[in-house]
Design a protein. Structure first.
Ligand code: P6P
Length: 333
């Protein structure tokens, strides 16, 4: 098959759909290049003296790994000079990061989780970068956190990189989902899968089952039915996977179907879930919907949620549409 590079794909998409103006193409290419740099740093492992903790905590109160901090810096430096952004926001930074005055500003705002799945870094399990692109509000002068608080339906692009056996970049700009694989010899991203689709039905689910005693009734009912298999109301057996790295779990689901769940639970009743809305749930929900799947917080479509805070958390049920609709219906009964 003739090789199509990321650049060629973006140029041809612009010609076809007029959905990737030059500045958005630059943004995506800059983020893709930063993901190559992160992939290189991650792959060194202990040889690169990048494992272990950075001795600091992020805004979530989570211990930052050296690679978390390094990945965040790589994305900031890669995106500051291009003139395509007005500001950035990251899981690793409490406040938004305006573009320094020495650089021109653009009309896009980039949000990211620079290295998701940090608990897996030191044990060589797949991790990744998640990013989301919003447009700056009309007439915005100095960007503030409020300018970022747009529902996920406003995203103009979203994607993730998985640093695993292969390094892949999965991307949508609103016209379907495409996957690029990093050719390490050439250092280029090559289109390896066009228009990915999440199978509507599945026999696989992903949840951290150690929290079972804390689950609320709709989740408990849904999981009990899956575990009853062909002896229960579902009439078929299911398999379970939990990699504890959202990008890896979502990539599996995009490839072969499944449902990913991180529900709210009784451990902290006023905490809506563990995952963050703006730079984890929203980009993944955009990708999954673009691939024909569904994504809710148990009650409503994730992309319809009006954010209140930059780092707010949300419950996540996403993947094969029939399963997401079923577990969501249990919540709404
Ligand atoms: P738990 C990683 O820390 C993460 O944010 C997601 O990538 C992953 O799905 C989830 O948390 C794992 O959470 O509670 O199973 O460790």
């Amino acid at each position: 098959m003739k090789r199509v590079s990321l650049t060629q794909y973006l140029v041809e998409e612009q010609r076809l759909h007029n959905s990737i103006p030059a500045e958005l193409r630059l943004l995506i290419e800059v983020v893709a290049r930063a993901c190559k740099t992160i992939s290189h740093a991650v792959s060194k492992g202990a040889l690169g003296e990048v494992l272990g903790s950075a001795g600091s905590e992020n805004v979530q109160g989570e211990v930052q790994k050296k690679l978390d901090v390094l990945s965040n810096e790589i994305l900031l430096e890669a995106n500051e000079w291009g003139g395509h952004l007005a500001a950035m926001a990251s899981e690793e930074m409490e406040t938004i990061h305006p573009i320094p005055n020495r650089y021109p500003k653009g009309e896009y705002m980039l949000l990211f989780d620079p290295l998701d799945g940090s608990s897996n870094i030191d044990v060589n399990v797949s991790i990744g970068t998640i990013f989301s692109v919003l447009k700056a509000p009309e007439g915005m002068k100095e960007p503030t956190e409020k300018d970022f608080l747009q529902p996920g339906s406003k995203q103009v692009a979203a994607g993730y990189a998985v640093y695993g056996p292969q390094t892949v970049l999965v991307l949508t700009t609103g016209d379907g989902v495409n996957c690029f694989t990093l050719d390490r010899e050439m250092g280029s991203w090559v289109l390896t899968e066009r228009d990915m689709k999440v199978p509507e039905e599945t026999k696989e689910y992903a949840i951290n089952a150690s929290n079972a005693r804390h689950w609320y009734p709709p989740v408990k009912r849904y999981i009990d039915e899956l575990q009853a298999g062909d002896t229960g109301p579902r009439g078929k057996n299911f398999n379970m996977r939990w990699i504890a790295s959202m990008v890896a779990d979502v990539h599996r689901i995009l490839n072969r179907g499944g449902i990913f769940m991180y529900p709210a639970d009784a451990r902290e009743p006023d905490k809506p879930g563990k995952l963050r809305l703006m730079y984890e749930a929203n980009p993944m929900a955009f990708l999954i919907e673009q691939a024909g799947g569904a994504a809710t917080n148990g009650k409503q479509r994730i992309l319809d949620i009006q954010p209140g805070k930059l780092h707010e958390r949300v419950a996540v049920f996403l993947g094969s549409k029939s399963e997401v609709e079923r577990v969501t219906s249990y919540h709404n009964e």
